[in-house]
Write a protein of this length. Structure first.
Length: 135
């Protein structure tokens, strides 16, 4: 008989989170239908989220974080000069939006011309690196 009833080894992996079943979630949502917070609770929740208590108010993420997110989520755009077929700025643009900001093209026209192989306002637009000039 051990002094304390403690398991020394668990068969449950702590990295796996416990999820409730769909039936249990449905039952919980049905019991909460039509219920509202009282006015006192609502004002406390509003004060908690107010400008003075919000830790992110007035702060922006550092530029390096924004650049990393844009590089990961953005669609790379390769813009080539129509005469020499060299990359503009010797590198790709990190997103469609950044390309439209710099070059003289609208986003609508840009999405139509991407991958078309048709030059527009002295530029070719591609989402992959091109070795040769399109015919």
């Amino acid at each position: 008989m051990p002094l304390l009833n403690i398991l020394m080894k668990s068969n449950i992996d702590p990295r796996i989170y416990h999820f409730t079943s769909a039936l249990t979630r449905y039952k919980i949502s049905q019991t909460l239908l039509g219920k509202k917070h009282i006015d006192n609770t609502r004002t406390l929740m509003n004060l908690k989220r107010s400008v003075a208590n919000n830790q992110w108010y007035g702060k922006i993420l550092p530029q390096i974080v924004l650049d990393a997110a844009a590089n990961k989520n953005g669609k790379r755009v390769f813009v080539y000069d129509s005469k020499s077929f060299n990359l503009i700025n010797d590198k790709s643009f990190r997103s469609l939006r950044s390309t439209v900001k710099i070059l003289p093209i609208s986003i609508y026209k840009f999405t139509l011309l991407l991958e078309s192989g048709i030059p527009y306002k002295k530029y070719y637009y591609f989402s992959t690196i091109q070795k040769t000039k399109p015919n």
